[in-house]
Write a protein that binds this ligand. Structure first.
Ligand SMILES: [Zn+2]
Ligand SMILES: [Zn+2]
Length: 243
């Protein structure tokens, strides 16, 4: 004997999961009418592009952004009990999202699909409001409180003004080729300057430019320090250079 959907009378296969209904009727039963866009807010750091997730700041790649959006969407009362699948048009989960686009637009709209028990119920739009906020790490870097490299430049044998100008030119040039979240903090002291660099690789590059320009060498050593904003130990490289 064939089974018929109690709602529309069509012949169907009985499924307890679908409450005995046919797929169409199940979809119709759970369709959310007048479901406007789902709105979520994200905070993004305009310097490094990290996004705020709870009280953490994480990289804004596709995987992280998806998780962040889903965690907010799941709190919506309207869609409790539904599964949400969102699509971000990027290749690969680790791909960083186009930061410039995220920063220039205040909104981003992405398509999503609601499911209930593996049955696709309906499509919905997620409207993401983007606000900019400088993350604590970038704050720290900008004020010279976070650094991975420190170069102590000491002037020996006169022409200090000239030497300082040259060092500052080198810093400018190195910085112009670095990413926007790299900061170099320069402090003038008696008989020299202390240069704090927020990025180890850039610090290394800067040190070698200074060494090559002044035809000198450096005494280098490193130190481990606990960095509270990252909740881990970081290695700080130090170099002493006489020029
Ligand atoms: Zn039916
Ligand atoms: Zn940042």
């Amino acid at each position: 004997m064939s089974y018929r959907c109690p709602r529309c009378g069509r012949e169907t296969v009985y499924s307890e999961e679908l409450e005995g209904l046919c797929e169409d009727c199940f979809r119709e039963k759970y369709k959310i009418h007048n479901l406007d866009k789902l709105r979520v807010n994200i905070k993004i750091c305009p310097i490094c592009g990290r996004v705020k997730f709870g009280d953490k700041w994480i990289r804004s790649n596709k995987k992280n952004l998806k998780q962040l959006i889903l965690s907010q969407v799941k709190k919506k009362k309207d869609i409790r009990g539904y599964n949400v699948i969102i699509e971000l048009n990027q290749t690969g989960d680790e791909t960083p999202l186009p930061l410039n686009q995220l920063l220039s637009d205040n909104f981003m709209i992405i398509p999503a699909t609601l499911y209930k028990k593996k049955i696709m119920i309906q499509a919905v739009m997620i409207e993401i409001k983007i606000t900019k906020q400088i993350c604590p790490l970038c704050h720290k870097k900008a004020s010279g409180k976070y650094y991975e490299y420190i170069i102590h430049v000491r002037f020996t044998g006169g022409r200090t003004k000239e030497k300082e100008t040259k060092v500052r030119e080198i810093i400018k040039s190195v910085l112009s080729h670095a990413k926007p979240d790299v900061f170099i903090d320069v402090k003038k002291i008696r008989k020299g300057i202390d240069i704090k660099i927020s990025d180890r690789k850039i610090g290394d590059r800067l040190l070698h430019r200074i060494i090559d320009t002044f035809n000198t060498d450096a005494r280098e050593y490193s130190e481990r320090r606990f960095e509270a904003s990252l909740n881990k130990h970081i290695v700080i490289k130090k170099a002493m250079v006489d020029i």
